[in-house]
Design a protein around this ligand. Structure first.
Ligand SMILES: Nc1nc2c(ncn2[C@@H]2O[C@H](COP(=O)(O)OP(=O)(O)OP(=O)(O)O)[C@@H](O)[C@H]2O)c(=O)[nH]1
Ligand SMILES: [Mg+2]
Length: 181
């Protein structure tokens, strides 16, 4: 019998970093909404997809796509209260891209009352400005932040769909590690 484990995952990050585009590209690849133009998330949406780890568990993942707009922060906290994992998404090309990541991590902790959930830090907009020294520096800082917090780091680009499955595979790896010790 296939061992399917259900996991709720909060997808957090500032407005317009590409949370909805990333989730859509992974869960509903034929959909174009969020891929070509911006539709601000106001009502939280849940999308799901199975992720299978070879020779291990299969995860039925439910992704909580929530608004990045600060106005919605209390709603977001209530909505993600039962989540057991998270993707923290930022725009690696944006000068302030990393400034709020630790605040998002605190929001997750306050909402779930859990200190060390499996988390993947997602550098979206990767491969767009790879020659830019500031972007290179930001990517290095992201790697330090991930190491310091025990998170995995994924690089992807939701607009071009390059490596959009990587954050989800790394999340499944982290879940495996937390389950299998
Ligand atoms: N250039 C580029 N654009 C992207 C990328 N990912 C998403 N976008 C675009 O950026 C805009 C915002 O993306 P969304 O996915 O709606 O952003 P969001 O994080 O869900 O924003 P909120 O719902 O307001 O919190 C859309 O027009 C996307 O098509 C990316 O990797 N590179
Ligand atoms: Mg959105």
């Amino acid at each position: 019998m296939v061992d399917v484990i259900t996991v709720d995952c909060a997808v957090l990050g500032d407005q317009r970093v590409g949370k909805s585009a990333l989730i859509t590209a992974f869960c509903n690849p034929k959909e174009t909404e969020h891929m070509t133009s911006y539709h601000m998330t106001t009502d939280p949406v849940i999308r799901n997809k199975q992720v299978r780890v070879p020779d291990s568990h299969t995860y039925e993942m439910f992704f909580f796509d929530v608004p990045g707009l600060p106005l919605y922060r209390d709603l977001v906290k209530r909505y993600i209260a039962e989540c057991q994992s998270a993707l923290l998404v930022f725009d690696v090309t944006r000068p302030d891209g990393l400034d709020t990541i630790e605040a998002w991590s605190e929001t997750l902790t306050e909402a779930t009352l859990q200190q060390s959930l499996p988390i993947v830090l997602v550098a979206n907009h990767s491969f767009e400005a790879d020659d830019d020294p500031d972007t290179i520096h930001r990517a290095a800082r992201a790697s330090e932040i991930a190491d310091r917090n025990g998170w995995k780091l994924a690089r992807c680009n939701a607009a071009t769909r390059r490596d959009v499955d990587v954050p989800f595979m790394l999340l499944a790896d982290s879940l495996n590690m937390s389950l299998d010790g």
